[in-house]
Design a protein around this ligand. Sequence first.
Ligand code: TXA
Ligand code: MG
Length: 319
Amino acid sequence: MKNIYSNIIRFNNFSLKKILQNLKSNKILGLPTETVYGLGGNAYSKNAINKIYKLKKRPKSNPLIIHYYDYKSAERDVYTSEEFFKLYRKVCPGPLTFIMKRKLNSKVCSLATSKLKTIAIRFPKNKIIRKILKKLSFPLAMPSANLSRSISPVSALDVFDEFGKKVDLIVDGGKTKIGVESTVIDLTNKIKILRPGFVDRNFISKTLNKRVTNIRKIKYLKSPGMMKTHYSPGIPVKLNQKNISRGCALITFGKSVKNKKHTFNLSRNSNLNEAAKNLYKILRIIKKKGYKKIHVVKIPNFGLGVAINDRLKHAANLK
Ligand code: TXA
Ligand code: MG
């Protein structure tokens, strides 16, 4: 029987060679990170970057995150700072993206950064992606591996679900550890969190010994990924609900609720880390089962709960 998933490959020394060859010839690959799967391509190549935008159907005004092995390789493209190193030492490699000033002689394709004077840089923690980055002479532009506005992928099959064979290779690294995208922090001006994630505001504030603000409403396109109807399952989502009507799925958290059949629990033990890990998986399952709408119970708004609520508000078109 023909294997329809033939572009999904395991990671080993043999496939590593093939992965590197593909990236060097400007192919776009589905790759695992500790947060969500990404669509990776050579950040120095206009050809590769064009392919990423086309595949994702992403507006060119929405810049990509550039992924590096370590700060030394990033210093070719951006100016680092004391604040950067304070955070880098504590969390990198890890789920934190820094908006930094771009160096004039940076080779990052200007299309990847929407011609901005800044670059979003990240040092992912997943073992596979680190082995790949270590062997490359260029960084990887890598947005989440989903169609623009759709649900982010947390497994190789999710990437296949989004793109099928349009992506040459999808490297299977199992289920992602964290399940929601990295925290995005702007270090170019007054320090601001543009997208909440695993690394939370308190931690950043304490590490820098500084007040850090959360951006709530984006009046201008500072981080265009925060535009409306992002992370969307394509059906109406209503927050802070307790009950459901016909054709509706209920996403719950903690103690189980009566109507078990149409109920999807993010975490029975009220564990926010587990809930973040399950969020996109559950949204994808509900979408596939053909429900007409989604109700979500109130989710605590601390720790990873802030990131979960942020994604849910986007999905509900409230942000
Ligand atoms: O966890 C993650 O960050 C994943 C994995 C694959 O690394 N990547 C990811 O990329 O979430 P993406 O493209 O889905 O989200 C990138 C976010 C967008 O909201 C984008 O607008 C913002 O980062 N961004 C990128 N460059 C920026 C810049 N120069 N200034 C402000 N925001 C920027
Ligand atoms: Mg995304």
